[in-house]
Design a protein around this ligand. Sequence first.
Ligand SMILES: [Zn+2]
Ligand SMILES: [Zn+2]
Ligand SMILES: [Zn+2]
Length: 156
Amino acid sequence: MNGSTRIGSEVSHSDQLRQAGLRVTSPRLATLAVLAERQHAETDDIAAAVRERLGSVSTQAVYGVLHALTEAGLVRRLDTGSRDAARYEIHRHDNHHHLLCRVCGRVEDVPCVKGRAPCLEPEDDLGFAIEIAEVLFRGVCAECRAAETAPTAATA
Ligand SMILES: [Zn+2]
Ligand SMILES: [Zn+2]
Ligand SMILES: [Zn+2]
């Protein structure tokens, strides 16, 4: 709570906000700090963590902050398209992709083979200038697979 939490990062969050043309506000700083600690967090969890840092901040306000940070390219939004809300992470501009476990919902990063967007292009782009291919691999993670195959105490 001393406001000096720039642990060796080259550019402080305040500088990042200024460089992106955004005003430096405590909800924005708190949101970036929360995302720096946890990857792929869901909106509700981010809002709860921001409240822990700042006291009363509405979830709606955190939505607004996430939207502004995403628009500014500081934060990357990941849509899993499932019952889960959107997830957010600090935008590292490395074009990495994601693995999503359909059982437990965990999300892991996987590097993009090409490392820059777009890493895939359709056979016919219909005249579009393709900017990015978002790749989400869906499946079952190692832990859930182990749990699935493990013999349970009382198998029906
Ligand atoms: Zn899993
Ligand atoms: Zn990621
Ligand atoms: Zn790729």
